[in-house]
Design a protein around this ligand. Structure first.
Ligand code: NAD
Ligand code: MN
Length: 496
């Protein structure tokens, strides 16, 4: 068991609070992975001072030079991948092949940042007046607060850290209390790669205390948040009071549509991975399956057989398909929604109870659960459960399937299985989601493409790829007049 400390201004420091919290393994709650400081506002202020002090010098370093640190970080991460994946599985429970994927996404994001340092493009645009040029550049803003959830303990911090600091900002990250160790190790990688002190600082502690203090702190210029929609709305509200920039990546209620002409075996593989990967605890998890009437009964039968074959257990075991929920609270939420589903009149096809065989009794396991004959208005078809629960809904035809797909307040990801090219294109056009998959499950984002959602899934920003860099920078428009005379836009007319 390791004792972690906050990392501020390039040094490990104790919290002023003197309080701590434990990080435990959800597959075996007896195992304590680390003890972490439960920080307070005083700790946060120290970190903000460090980040403020580091900012002018860091900002001035040429981008390709900053990018070299990102490349070295990627190299270190490559060498640590297996060790980091094992820590991540112990810390939050998802199976080892998925934590390797999570860490790989961090590596890919670091490498993207390394390349971005030499291709930090602006636009060059002609002027309506002669002897005048116009271009745009992007500049950093200052000290950022990065607030992250527990379900992607390295990928999500990476999506924020690399574009934020490559752009010349400095930052404080506050990871979720369920997965503080993975984020802490990632910060150390950046320092090992040569990051100057104070550019990135990590503070451990609760959202209500440290998170809240960040939102209203006048020296923090922006908040990049990933988490639930409820907390996201709170963050948007507080940031709005001082016009602090904030990017919000929030919840989902993602649907997979299967049309009658689809390759059903492919659609089945897709929904199993989409619904039960990461034990359903992905923002892009498939939590609704919308099946066209002619194949409804057949597909349900196929689904039941496969779901019941999924192997539950400790994610370090390579043969396990589904790990535990992250904590007791999350498993209680799943149990609560299963009760709600039954009371609403949905039919339980399989699952619907905790899984406590053998060693699994020590953790927060729950059987992969499928409800059929779910109506689109039921709470289990509307609210984010964030667990291994799939709601199956019947649709009369393509048009009704799209209507059901769009009939929630969320808009992160959607998927449609069909071999009809026209319907596939139409679905991409009509889906009210930031991400659309054709003949692939609702999960599987690649780090070099925009990631984010519509409606209550966010506030219009996109992480990933080039768009992440838009969040962390301000666009500046520069006009250079080399005519030597006063030229008035819109008023002077050009003459030959
Ligand atoms: P959460 O909203 O409970 O917490 C997220 C983070 O916010 C944590 O670090 C928490 O400590 C902090 N926080 C809590 N209250 C706060 C406050 N008042 N002020 C500031 N910070 C506060 O979410 P979670 O349970 O950790 O994660 C699951 C949620 O995240 C799901 O809703 C999921 O859909 C969403 N998510 C979204 C994406 C995306 O990119 N759209 C990705 C992953 C997860
Ligand atoms: Mn944990």
């Amino acid at each position: 068991m390791k004792e972690y400390k906050n990392f501020i201004n390039g040094k490990f420091v104790d919290s002023k609070s003197g309080r701590t919290f434990e990080n435990r393994n959800p597959a075996n709650w007896d195992e304590v992975i680390g003890i972490f400081p439960k920080s307070n506002a005083e700790d946060l202020n120290m970190a903000i001072e460090a980040a403020k002090k580091a900012y002018p010098r860091w900002r001035a370093i040429p981008l390709p030079k900053k990018a070299e640190i990102m490349r070295r970080a990627a190299e270190i991460m490559i060498s640590k991948k297996e060790e980091a994946a094992r820590l991540m599985t112990r810390e939050m429970g998802k199976v080892i092949k998925e934590t390797r994927g999570d860490y790989q996404e961090g590596i890919d994001t670091a490498l993207y940042a390394a390349g971005q340092g030499r291709r930090y493009f602006g636009y060059s645009v002609p002027s309506e007046l002669p002897n005048k040029i116009c271009f745009t550049r992007r500049d950093p803003l200052g000290v950022w607060g990065l607030i992250t959830p527990w379900n992607f303990p390295v990928a999500i911090p990476s999506w924020k850290i690399f574009p934020c600091i490559l752009s010349g900002n400095t930052a404080i990250i506050k990871p979720a209390t369920d997965t503080p160790a993975s984020a802490g190790e990632l910060v150390q990688v950046l320092y090992e790669a040569g990051l100057p002190e104070g550019v990135l600082n990590i503070i451990y502690g609760g959202g209500g205390e440290i998170g809240e203090a960040m939102l209203s702190h006048p020296d923090i210029v922006g908040i990049s948040f990933t988490g639930s929609s409820d907390i996201g709305m709170r963050i948007g509200e507080v940031c709005g009071k001082t016009l602090k920039r904030c990017s919000l990546e929030l919840g989902g209620k993602n649907g997979q549509v299967v049309l009658a002409d689809a390759n059903l075996d492919l659609a089945l593989d897709g929904v199993l991975w989409g619904a039960f990967g990461t034990t359903g605890q992905r923002c892009t998890a498939t939590s609704r399956l919308i099946i066209e009437e002619p194949i409804y009964n057949k597909f349900i039968e196929m689904l039941k057989a496969r779901v019941e074959k999924l192997k539950l257990g400790n994610g370090l075991d390579e043969t396990v398909d589904v790990g535990p929920l992250v904590n007791k609270g999350q498993r209680d939420t799943v149990a609560m929604y299963v009760d709600i589903g039954k009371k609403e009149g949905a039919k339980l096809l399989t699952g619907g109870e905790p899984y406590t065989e053998g060693e699994c009794a020590k953790g927060w396991f729950y059987k992969p659960t499928v409800f059929i004959d779910v109506l689109p208005t039921m709470r289990i078809a509307q609210e984010e459960i964030f667990g291994p629960v799939l709601s199956v809904i019947k649709a009369k035809n393509f048009e009704e399937a799209i209507k059901i797909l769009n009939g929630t307040t969320y808009g992160l990801s959607s998927s449609i299985y069909t071999n009809d090219l026209n319907k596939a294109q139409k679905a991409a056009e009509l889906a009210e989601t930031g991400i659309v998959y054709i003949n692939a499950p609702t999960i599987g984002a690649e780090c070099h493409l925009p990631f984010g959602g519509m409606k209550n899934t966010g506030n219009g920003h996109r992480e990933g790829g080039w768009t992440a860099y838009e969040i962390f920078t301000e666009v500046k428009t520069v006009y250079i007049d080399y005519s030597g005379t006063l030229q008035k836009a819109q008023i002077d007319t050009w003459q030959e």
